[in-house]
Design a binder for this molecule. Structure first.
Ligand SMILES: Cc1cc2nc3c(=O)[nH]c(=O)nc-3n(C[C@H](O)[C@H](O)[C@H](O)COP(=O)(O)O)c2cc1C
Length: 136
């Protein structure tokens, strides 16, 4: 339908990346000082309209495609969870407001951290058998 409903918040300002990484790390561990973004210099946060019934799936496809694009460009990347919770916190809501995204209208899906790999990218694991089922 060409709605292109998900939006992407690109954060490269070091202080904001760090603040959001710590916020996410606290949600993950319950502890202060844990950077869930592993010191990555950039994060792309995907959000989608709260009233969109396919928000999570649309946003997840955006993330998957960004991971593939990052790999094709030789960048290191990782999917980072807790996107919903991170943008429900006061810090997360403030970041959205500063970027011009209404925190009451948009649901955090998840994020992609990006960086320059400091070594070779790991080889893909062999595909596990028995994951395709057929009927008929
Ligand atoms: C929905 C989802 C959420 C993830 N969240 C995180 C995360 O918060 N932190 C992290 O280090 N990796 C996260 N990952 C990456 C996974 O830990 C794992 O590295 C990646 O899915 C590759 O898995 P594989 O080694 O089984 O192929 C996430 C992956 C997915 C699909």
């Amino acid at each position: 339908m060409g709605r292109q409903a998900p939006v992407i918040l690109k954060i490269t300002d070091p202080a904001t990346v760090r603040a959001l990484g710590l916020c996410n790390g606290k949600i993950m561990t319950g502890k202060e000082g844990v950077d869930a973004f592993y010191g990555a210099p950039a994060v792309l946060c995907v959000l989608a309209p709260k009233d969109d019934p396919t928000a999570v799936w649309d946003g997840s496809s955006v993330i998957t495609n960004m991971l593939n694009e990052a790999a094709s460009l030789g960048l290191g990347s990782c999917w980072i969870h807790r996107g919903r919770e991170q943008f429900e916190t006061p810090e997360g809501r403030d970041i959205l407001k500063k970027a011009g995204i209404d925190p009451d209208a948009f649901l955090g899906i998840d994020s992609v951290i990006l960086g320059i790999p400091d070594g070779p990218l790991p080889k893909a694991a062999p595909r596990r058998e028995g994951r395709v089922f057929t009927i008929g």
